[in-house]
Design a protein around this ligand. Structure first.
Ligand SMILES: [Ca+2]
Ligand SMILES: [Ca+2]
Length: 498
């Protein structure tokens, strides 16, 4: 394996071993103090863990980690296998793929969404396994996992991804940062563990690790049961807020999965910023359930703004004194976000533009304006009403490339314009022509290059994946299926052959 060593930020390793309960113990012991703490602003703990009716139902939380035990009693029927990078590449095979041979991912998933030990008790968990049975991985393992999340999540509905790991920026961390920024830009709330200190356990600046340094991510430090900053927690200005991560005096209990016990009722104690981060992920899922169209920045800003100020002791000067608090009033609506996955089909003197809905900011989108640009100037605009996501520009010049930009509007106002997409040259496909897929300019998003022809149009066209070409056999409408990397759901494109 090439690449730099990557370590899950799990301080259990520093303590020698994670302490797990005996297999005879089939339920967590006592009240989950981490839940008790985050539904109130100040100590002492009141013994109440309930935070009201929100459960995260209908919201997806991606756990990018060591896998998740899908049958664990805390999570059963709510865990879905995503991508298992380590089983796919054969470097650390588990059966079934996406399951957890370490314990860390199941612990983290339980804190985000366990039925009694977690915050979002009915959220869906999607396991993206990038770390091996020792909780370790490498940058090249993590990248495809993050890309898969980007390709897989539903457009326009906030999804959450928890990353309880990190790597020094110097160890190719910039590659991870880039992927995390792309995830956030496309509507995923990303929660990140701030890190558990250096090799000797000494805390350092979270701005020096990836992805903790990504501004748009929610980077989470850890506190003890007494609201003191945890002895291992990284610090500094890149931290957004703190949440319970525990220490030797009181650890964090959650679902566990060890190969030896192979039990759906195993629980374990662990400490670390790895434990603090999924609590924030769970809170994000509650907010997303309440207002599914919220944009990432609205959720992230609200979580930081609602954190209790001034209660944490022992912080360094540059670290924010903000403690996670599950305030659950609705968030004020904003203008919509940027449209993404813009695809353009060229045809004879025309263009068809399709796009995915952006986040609506918490207020329904009333229209979308599509601008057509030539040489940097807007030469035409078309408006699509309401939920319509497609427009056609006619009467264009063949042989010309245009640019497309889209802005959605709701009752608050117009959202940011999408990034401009350059179209392929406007032209039609004619009988007998063989066209490179790339020249058709269908897709600006994460898709495979695997294409196929819908059965109804096999006499009109065929595709050759080996040469990446479409062959136009005769006049008519050719329907080509394109598959997303992640869920393999085909997307249909119609090409008129003249
Ligand atoms: Ca409480
Ligand atoms: Ca941040």
């Amino acid at each position: 394996m090439k690449g730099k060593r990557w370590t899950a930020l799990c301080v259990g390793a520093l303590l020698g071993a994670v302490i797990t309960q005996s297999s005879a113990q089939s339920a967590p012991v006592g009240v989950s103090w981490h839940l008790d703490r985050i539904n109130q602003q100040a100590l002492p703990l009141d013994g109440v863990v309930d935070h009201g009716p929100l459960t995260g139902s209908g919201i997806d939380i991606y756990i990018v980690d060591t896998g998740v035990r899908a049958t664990h009693e805390q999570l059963v029927n709510r865990v879905f296998a995503g991508l298992d990078v380590r089983t796919t590449d054969g470097s650390s095979v588990v059966d079934p793929p996406g399951s957890d041979c370490d314990g860390h991912g199941t612990h983290v998933a339980g804190l985000a969404a366990g039925s009694t030990v977690g915050v979002a008790t009915q959220a869906r968990i999607i396991s993206v396994r990038v770390l091996d049975c020792n909780g370790s991985g490498e940058v090249p393992d993590v990248v495809p996992g993050l890309r898969w999340v980007r390709a897989h999540h539903r457009s326009g509905v906030a999804a959450i991804a928890n990353l309880s790991f990190g790597v020094d920026l110097g160890d190719d961390g910039a590659t991870i940062d880039e992927e995390v920024r792309a995830l956030i830009n496309e509507g995923v709330v990303v929660t990140v563990a701030a890190g558990n200190g250096d090799d000797s356990g000494k805390p350092y600046d979270a701005c020096k690790i990836a992805p903790g340094d990504v501004a748009g991510a929610l980077t989470v430090g850890a506190v003890s049961v007494s609201d003191a900053v945890a002895y291992y927690s990284n610090d500094g200005a890149c931290i957004d807020l703190y949440a319970p991560g525990g220490d030797r005096s009181r650890m964090i209990e959650s679902s566990w999965s060890s190969p030896e016990k192979n039990s759906d009722s195993e629980y374990g104690f662990d400490v670390g910023t790895s434990m603090a981060s999924p609590l924030v992920a769970g809170y994000a899922a509650l907010l997303a359930q309440q207002q599914p169209g919220l944009c990432v920045a609205s959720i992230a800003n609200a979580i930081v703004a609602r954190a209790t100020p001034g209660v944490i002791t022992g912080l360094t000067a540059t670290s924010p004194n903000k403690m996670l608090f599950l305030e659950l009033s609705p968030i004020a609506a904003t203008a919509p976000g940027r449209a993404s996955h813009i695809s353009v089909t060229t045809d004879y003197r025309s263009l068809v533009v399709n796009w995915d809905p952006p986040c609506d900011g918490g207020s329904a989108i009333t229209s979308s304006t599509v601008s057509l640009l030539l040489n940097g100037k807007v030469i035409r605009k078309m408006t699509a009403d309401g939920t319509k996501r497609s427009v056609r520009f006619e009467g264009l010049q063949n042989g010309t490339k245009y640019k497309i930009q889209i802005a959605a509007t709701n009752e608050i106002g117009a959202g940011k314009k999408s990034f401009a997409v350059t179209t392929m040259k406007v032209r039609s496909v004619v009988r007998g022509q063989s066209v490179k897929f790339d020249d058709l300019g269908f897709i600006h998003g994460p898709w495979t290059t695997e294409w196929s022809v819908d059965t109804s149009s096999r006499s009109i066209c065929k595709v050759k994946n080996s040469t990446k070409r479409l062959i136009a056999l005769k006049r008519g409408t050719c329907r080509v299926l394109l598959r997303a990397i992640a869920d393999q759901k085909p997307v249909l494109h119609r090409i008129r052959i003249n």
